[in-house]
Design a protein around this ligand. Structure first.
Ligand SMILES: Cc1ncc(COP(=O)(O)O)c(C=O)c1O
Length: 404
C-alpha cells in the first residue's frame, strides 16, 4: 500500500444518533447566535456566500451518488473560511468593549465599520496564536474594525503565511515549539499586557471568544445547507479537524437544520496530529505529542478544543486519519478536475475531508460501518484555497493561477 492509501478509522462510541440537538449544544451554538453572526458578517465589505460546487467526477471515483464541495478559496479575499470566525470574534469583542466604555446599549456594526468609535477601538489590542489562517483572519478583522493585533506563530509556520499576516498590519511574533505551545505563550503575554485573546480553541474554562469563532464558522455550514440543490439532508459530511471548532460548528448547524435526520459526520485529521481520532477512540479528550508536522498546517494540533468536544462527542459518528501524501494527491485531483469536474484550487488543509471520503469509500469495512454507498450524498468543506502560494505550487506542480 502506498502512503497515499494508508488511513485509520474508528467509530465514535459516544455518538447519539437520532437524538435531538441538545441543551448543552444549544448553550454553545444556536439559531439566535447564527442570526447575529449573519447580521454582523453580511455587513462587511465583500460578503457573499461562497460557491457550493457539484463534483460528479469525484462522486463517480468514490462510488457515491453526489459530492458537493463548499469552496472557501475566495472568502473575503483571504482565501479561507477563517474570517467568518476570527474576524467575527474580533467584531464581537470590539462592539462589547465599545458598549462597556460608552455605556451604549448595543453597538451597530455599521457604526463600527464607519469608524464612529475609532478612538476607543484604537486602544484595543487583540492577540491570537495561529498556524496561519486564524491569525490572518484576526489581523484582517483588527484592521477592519480599527484595533491593533499581535499574532503569535510557532516554529514551523511558513514565511509565506507569516508575510500574509503581517500584510494586514499586525505585529507577528514567532515562538519556539508547536501550535499548542504558542497558544500558551499568547495567553501568558495577554495576561501581562492586558490584551484580548481571540482564541479559536479553549480548555473549557474561558470560552467566550472561542464560541464566537465557532458561531461565525456556522454561517459557512448554513450557507451550504441553503445552497444544496435538493430538500432534505445530505447523508454524510466529512470534516477536517484541527482543534475541532470548524467541525463542531458545521456538525451543530446540520444537526439544528435536520435534527434526528442529520448527516453522518466523520472527522478527518493528519496521522501525525490525530488528537480527535485519539479522543474519539478513548471516549474522552486526549492529547497527542510530537512535532505534529504535516503539510496540512491548519490541522496540525495536538489538543482538542473543549467546547468543540461538547458538540462532537455526541455529534460525530467517526474519526479518521490520513497521510500528507493523500492530501497532496487530492489537491492535484481537484486542480486537474476529475472526469469532467470543474478544476478547484484547494489548499493543503482544505482537502482532508475529500481524502477521508476517498479512503473510506475504498474500504468495505468503513463503507459498511458508515453506510456509504451509491446513494450517498456527501458534502465537503474546502476550507482554503492557495493560502500559501509557494507551497501550493510546489505540491500541485503549477501555481494556483494556472488552475482553470
Ligand atoms: C484551512 C483550514 N481548514 C480547517 C481548519 C481546522 O479548523 P479547526 O482548527 O477549527 O478544527 C483550519 C484551522 O486553522 C484551517 O486553517
Amino acid at each position: 500500500m502506498d502512503a497515499s492509501e494508508r488511513f485509520h478509522w474508528t467509530l465514535n462510541p459516544k455518538v447519539t444518533p437520532g437524538a435531538a440537538y441538545g441543551a448543552a449544544q444549544a448553550a454553545l451554538l444556536d439559531g439566535a447566535g447564527l442570526a447575529r453572526a449573519r447580521d454582523v458578517i453580511s455587513a462587511w465589505p465583500g460578503y457573499g456566500p461562497t460557491p457550493l460546487v457539484a463534483l460528479p467526477g469525484i462522486a463517480r471515483r468514490a462510488g457515491v451518488g453526489a459530492v458537493h464541495y463548499k469552496d472557501e478559496g475566495q472568502r473575503f479575499g483571504l482565501k479561507s473560511f477563517k474570517p467568518l470566525g476570527g474576524a467575527y470574534a474580533v467584531a464581537c469583542l470590539v462592539m462589547d468593549e465599545v458598549g462597556r466604555r460608552t455605556g451604549a446599549d448595543g453597538i451597530a456594526i455599521a457604526d463600527l465599520l464607519a469608524g464612529r468609535y475609532r478612538d476607543i477601538a484604537s486602544t484595543i489590542t487583540v492577540t491570537a496564536a495561529t498556524d496561519g489562517n486564524h491569525g490572518r483572519a484576526v489581523a484582517w478583522g483588527a484592521r477592519l474594525f480599527g484595533c491593533n493585533a499581535v499574532i503569535f506563530i510557532h516554529e514551523t509556520v511558513t514565511a509565506g503565511r507569516e508575510r500574509a499576516i503581517a500584510g494586514y498590519g499586525a505585529e507577528v511574533r514567532r515562538t519556539p515549539g508547536t501550535f499548542d505551545d504558542a497558544v500558551r505563550v499568547t495567553q501568558e503575554t495577554a495576561d501581562v499586557e492586558g490584551w484580548h485573546v481571540i482564541a479559536d480553541t479553549s480548555d473549557g474554562v474561558v470560552i467566550g471568544a472561542t464560541r464566537n469563532v465557532m458561531q461565525g464558522y456556522a454561517l459557512m455550514a448554513a450557507e451550504a445547507i441553503e445552497q444544496l440543490p435538493y430538500e432534505g439532508p445530505p447523508s454524510h459530511i466529512f470534516l477536517q479537524a484541527g482543534v475541532g471548532g470548524m467541525a463542531a460548528a458545521t456538525c451543530a448547524q446540520f444537526w439544528q437544520a435536520f435534527g434526528a435526520d442529520r448527516p453522518k459526520t466523520v472527522l478527518v485529521e493528519p496521522e501525525t496530529a490525530a488528537c480527535w481520532f485519539e479522543s474519539v477512540k478513548a471516549g474522552e479528550p486526549a492529547t497527542v505529542g510530537g512535532d505534529l508536522e504535516s503539510i496540512m498546517a491548519g490541522l496540525a494540533c495536538g489538543e482538542i478544543s473543549r467546547p468543540a468536544w461538547d458538540i462532537l462527542a455526541p455529534g460525530a459518528d467517526g474519526a479518521m486519519t490520513i497521510t500528507d501524501e493523500a492530501a497532496a494527491r487530492c489537491m492535484r485531483l481537484l486542480a486537474a478536475g476529475e472526469d469532467g469536474d470543474a478544476p478547484v484550487v484547494a489548499g493543503e488543509s482544505a482537502v482532508a475531508g475529500l481524502a477521508g471520503l476517498l479512503a473510506a469509500a475504498a474500504d468495505d469495512g468503513a463503507c459498511d460501518a458508515l453506510g456509504l454507498d451509491a446513494d450517498s450524498r456527501v458534502v465537503l468543506f474546502g476550507t482554503e484555497g492557495a493560502t500559501d502560494p509557494d507551497t501550493y505550487a510546489a505540491i500541485v506542480g503549477h501555481p494556483a493561477e494556472a488552475v482553470v
